[in-house]
Design a protein around this ligand. Structure first.
Ligand SMILES: Nc1ncnc2c1ncn2[C@@H]1O[C@H](COP(=O)(O)OP(=O)(O)OP(=O)(O)O)[C@@H](O)[C@H]1O
Length: 193
């Protein structure tokens, strides 16, 4: 579903990492760890096809949902409207049902009609996760998804990823925080674990 072979990442003239191999079959997951600035976010952007690899190849067997800092959520819209806008762009049918299901899945059903700008940091992160859920993309690329989440939120995140994998999806997760991802493969950038 997602295969990176001999991938190197560079920013400008500077090589960040080399020789990264990741192969995720349906139901698979990988956890990317490493120090600040080593290139975890860059690796996820390469996996998403947003940044070309400096070497190596990336193969994607389906659509991608990327959760990363700075994802655009219109603060003036309500949670449901902001998610509906993205669902429309993704162009899939039964948008209302998907948005409602995704909002419920992240525990924000009670906030669906609140403006995004009024949400707390953790609630906003939950909406960003709802967006990933609503895309129904098989490949999830999650950059620091636990940032801003409380303990219940991190458990909810782990459960969402487990459900996604059980349905045949894959997840590649860059994180500084421990998230229970079961048998996910470890991808350590920048030296030994
Ligand atoms: N658009 C860009 N242009 C030039 N350099 C960049 C760009 N984006 C990131 N970098 C640099 O690339 C390096 C890797 O950044 P990246 O965000 O991938 O690291 P990271 O491992 O995710 O870090 P962190 O743990 O702090 O989130 C950093 O030195 C950063 O300054």
């Amino acid at each position: 579903m997602l295969a990176l072979s001999g991938v190197a990442g560079a920013r400008g003239q500077r090589m960040l990492f080399e020789g990264v191999d990741i192969a995720l079959a349906p139901g698979g997951a990988g956890v990317v760890t490493g120090p600040n600035g080593i290139g975890k976010s860059s690796l996820l952007r390469i996996a998403a096809g947003l940044l070309p690899p400096a070497a190596g190849t990336v193969e994607r067997g389906g659509r991608v949902a990327l959760l990363a800092e700075g994802a655009a959520l219109d603060g003036e819209r309500t949670v449901a409207q902001a998610l509906a806008m993205w669902a429309r762009l993704d162009g899939e049918p039964d948008m209302d049902a998907r948005v409602a299901g995704a909002v419920a899945a992240v525990g924000l059903a009670a906030k669906a009609d609140l403006a995004v700008r009024l949400l707390s940091t953790g609630q906003r992160r939950r909406v960003e996760l709802a967006r990933v859920v609503a895309t129904r993309a098989p490949i999830w690329l999650l950059d620091e998804p636990a940032n801003g989440l409380d303990a219940d939120g991190v458990a909810m995140l782990a459960a969402l990823i487990a459900r996604h994998r059980a349905a045949g999806g894959v997840a590649l997760v860059a994180t500084h925080q421990p998230i229970d991802l079961g048998d996910a493969v470890a991808v350590r950038l920048g030296g030994a674990a």
